[in-house]
Design a protein around this ligand. Structure first.
Ligand code: NAD
Length: 361
């Protein structure tokens, strides 16, 4: 089947890193039988410049038609003064909401070759391979009512609403259990059920799913404060974690930082049918944009996730992961992952090296 891939490069380093990921896609198409067509559209600041909106209508239409979306990154100082609805980040939020991408997969993998990059001791993190499944379209970031209002005594108060329906909890839970099934069949659900009613319901629904549909997966529950502590103390105890939007936002950044290399980590956001948007976890890095030094590996590994989760090509995904491992073995490093005395290369050289390694494996 010919898959349609929407390519949204975005802003800052986005176009530079996506160009390298496209080299990999073209190589897979020409030499490894990937059947796919690619179409480009602007998003974020680029969308605003092209069409006056961070998510132009044709971009959303393309994303809806596509089987998968590859996104670079959005944002930059030149758009920070725009009114909220026109800022680049709205392009991203609009895509997530418009396509109902409720399940955010954030792997935190530490390649043994980069164990020194972590701030934790190598024996605590070397070989780390965690998958955090974060609910992405509900919870306190979207709950209504919200706002800042005046109280009777004249003071202002800010308020937000934490709300999850049974069906929202069920669909993210199912997504996480299914991923756990494809890995080591261990799932840790993170909540704050000792304080929040919303978490109480979360725990009840996740437990029910575990009992009724996924009894082959070992389920445990952990309070979020303990989970944060355990992630730093003994991160390798975890395999798949599932949690709410806000807790996942915080825990997945902490887990990413355990690896010490923001330029290495991919992510996926999926809908209920497996269609997804794939992007590096980092932003548009305006401080290094245009210099040809950004690390493209997170974006290239995002293509790997796309092949695994949306295009049903796990063998090609494995080839990409192997090729990245080989390139790291060979000692090539972009500046963000370099250590003293090691060979430093730029964005394009790193992309070329991955393509060469793909051809060689
Ligand atoms: P950032 O992730 O862009 O950068 C943080 C630091 O990491 C910077 O020093 C940057 O140079 C470095 N870095 C990031 N990616 C790198 C890569 N591939 N290779 C080498 N170094 C890399 O975060 P920020 O500086 O807080 O945000 C910059 C802009 O990106 C803001 O406008 C923000 O809103 C936006 N942002 C977008 C996304 C997204 O598109 N998903 C995510 C986060 C931030």
């Amino acid at each position: 089947m010919n898959s349609k891939i929407a390519i949204l490069s975005g802003d800052g380093i986005g176009p530079e890193i996506v160009a390298e990921a496209e080299k990999v896609l073209h190589c897979l198409k020409q030499e490894f039988g990937l059947s796919a067509e690619f179409e480009h559209a602007p998003v974020g600041g680029a969308g605003y410049e092209a069409a006056g909106h961070p998510l132009p209508e044709p971009t959303l239409a393309l994303a809806r038609q596509a089987d998968a979306i590859l996104l670079g990154s959005v944002g930059g100082p030149q758009w920070e003064q725009l009114e909220r609805g026109l800022r680049p980040e709205q392009g991203l939020l609009g895509l997530r909401a418009g396509l109902e991408l409720f399940s955010n997969l954030r792997p935190a993998i530490l390649y043994p070759q980069l164990a020194d990059a972590s701030t934790l001791k190598p024996e605590v993190v070397s070989g780390l391979d965690i998958m955090i499944v974060r609910e992405l379209t509900g919870g306190i970031y979207f709950g209504e009512p919200r706002g800042i209002r005046y109280r009777d005594d004249g003071q202002r108060e800010g308020f937000n609403t934490l709300v999850y329906s049974e069906s929202e909890i069920e669909r993210i839970g199912r997504s996480a259990f299914e991923i756990a099934r494809k890995r080591s069949r261990r799932l840790c659900s993170v909540d704050k059920a000792n304080v929040l009613e919303c978490s109480e319901l979360w725990r009840e629904i996740i437990s029910g799913l575990g009992k009724d549909e996924f009894s082959d997966v070992e389920l445990c529950h952990m309070y979020v404060d303990n989970a944060a502590m355990q992630l730093v103390r003994e991160p390798k105890q975890f395999d798949v974690m599932v949690t709410t939007n806000m807790f996942g936002d915080i825990l997945s950044d902490a887990a990413a930082m355990l690896t010490g290399s923001i330029g290495m980590l991919p992510s996926a956001s999926l809908d209920s049918r497996g269609k997804g948007m794939y992007e590096p976890i980092h932003g548009s890095a305006p401080d290094i944009a245009g210099q040809g030094v950004a690390n493209p590996l997170a974006t290239i590994l995002s293509v790997g996730m796309m092949l695994r989760y949306s295009l049903d090509q796990p063998e090609l995904a494995g080839r990409i992961e192997d090729a990245v491992g080989k390139v790291l073995d060979s000692g090539l490093r972009t500046p963000d992952i370099a250590s003293p005395g090691i060979q430093v290369v730029g964005t394009a050289e790193m992309g070329d090296a991955v393509v060469a390694a793909l051809r060689a494996v």
